[in-house]
Design a protein around this ligand. Sequence first.
Ligand code: HEC
Ligand code: HEC
Length: 198
Amino acid sequence: MTAPTKIPTVTTRSSRRSTAPWVVIGIALASLALWNLGAAQTTAAEAAATLALVPNASGLVRDGAILYDHNCSACHGDTGQGLAEAKTSFPEDKRNCTSCHRPSNPAQMDHLAMNWRFAFDVGVAPAVIGDGALSAFGTGTALFGYIRLTMPRPWPDSLTSDEYLRITTFLAAANGADAVRVRTVDDLSHVEIRETVP
Ligand code: HEC
Ligand code: HEC
């Protein structure tokens, strides 16, 4: 990378001209990765950082970690620390979310209403795992109800009840609650979230 005389000028111009297609392709890839409803789900290897929060987990907790990674980590982070952590998974030039996700936009928008430079308000996703996280929720039932009613932005209630059950069970377990015996949505009423916060 020596002799940077006249070449940089040319490079800068042509790369500026080709910005738009790359942004579009980048978003298409990100959308596929995040919202591939069906076909290629997030793999356990891709969800490694999330699964590490619940070592030796099986069943609902393990499934929930992978579903969380797929549907929630884009805003709440791979280990649930919130938007600041989530941003580190984006390319550097896309971390200024509000350049496209304007705070004055609605929180819920359908695909047709969005284009490559205009999208729903992502908001500021709080931490959902760790000391003090989820302190507003007493039981797994309350947490399940909230998540299904509001998450994931921008399409709440877009997952199945079974998927919400698994994600809720994972979040409870990752926050130290005893969720090993959870099998159904009804079982979530026995899961104490608040008591687990040290
Ligand atoms: C597009 C960004 C985005 C995505 C994706 C998203 N969230 Fe959120 N989440 C937020 C924002 C912003 C808030 C803050 C409250 C609000 O504005 O609705 C929030 C709040 C929460 C809260 C409440 C935390 C508290 O203590 O008040 C929980 C729990 C939660 N989200 C879980 C989830 C789960 C589970 C998923 C995946 C199914 C998910 N979120 C996907 C943006 C997101
Ligand atoms: C260059 C513009 C741009 C930037 C910057 C950007 N986004 Fe997006 N984002 C979009 C568009 C457009 C969509 C809608 C795609 C669609 O219709 O599904 C989108 C969709 C999303 C979705 C919904 C899931 C999906 O992939 O469709 C999430 C979650 C999201 N963005 C989070 C973020 C976060 C968090 C940041 C900042 C770290 C960010 N985005 C930065 C343009 C952007």
